[in-house]
Ligand binder design. Sequence first.
Ligand SMILES: C[S@@+](CC[C@H](N)C(=O)[O-])C[C@H]1O[C@@H](n2cnc3c(N)ncnc32)[C@H](O)[C@@H]1O
Length: 247
Amino acid sequence: MKNRKKNSTFIWNKYYEDFEKGDWLGNQYPNEFLIRFVSNLRKKYTNSGYFKDKGNEIKLKKNFNGNALEIGFGGLANLMMLRSKGFNCHGIEVSENAVKRSKSYLKRNNLKKIKTSVWEKNSRLPFEDNTFDLVVGLQCIYYNTDIKFIIKEIKRVIKKNGKFIFSFFSKNHGYMKYIDVINRDKNIIKWSNKHPNKRIVGSQLYHAKSKENLNKLFKYFKNKKIFTFETDQLPIFQSWWYITGKK
Ligand SMILES: C[S@@+](CC[C@H](N)C(=O)[O-])C[C@H]1O[C@@H](n2cnc3c(N)ncnc32)[C@H](O)[C@@H]1O
């Protein structure tokens, strides 16, 4: 039991158990960079890097029709946004509570084109090879401490030319003051007892040390871009590295 309690799956399931009753769990609004990424997926650019979508400004952002996977979806905000863009969506979560709440919301509102299911961390993704046009994992993918395995799995389930977006804590994020190192060689840390969010203390995660480190991890993919998002809007400084690219 002691080990189980340190496990991110147990910790996140408990986190969601205590969540306010009502609509879906977790974030109630979609991730801004996911919205931008999807909106720009089909945009063309001029040689100087400016948009080349005159006359198609709206059409290019809709009617995607492909399959999208969200790993660690938590709530339905990102999946609902992807659905509104035309994707057939599947969300997987390690938290049974998150999946239960999502299913009940989808049923209550008779929403099609979004499926959700439970998946065990560090395990095979429950999909055939070359299934998805888009794979998304925001503020969660690093909880797979066997990060190389999950990235290989992502490569397996993305179609050729399929796209992805993932986010990782950057070294400047305010949370990085509250870590205990578990395995220095493998970049595994855990949130220490001093972490301001008491509900996730003990959760282990992969800590990408640099953008070069991230780039190497995603070595199977093309057209990679790693960008930083930072804000001091909230009391705790937010600093994220996003990585996007295609197979
Ligand atoms: C900060 S929340 C982010 C939720 C959602 N992705 C979003 O952007 O709103 C972190 C999520 O990671 C999930 N999680 C925990 N362990 C995970 C793992 N090993 N792989 C993927 N997701 C995991 C949690 O259940 C939780 O929903």
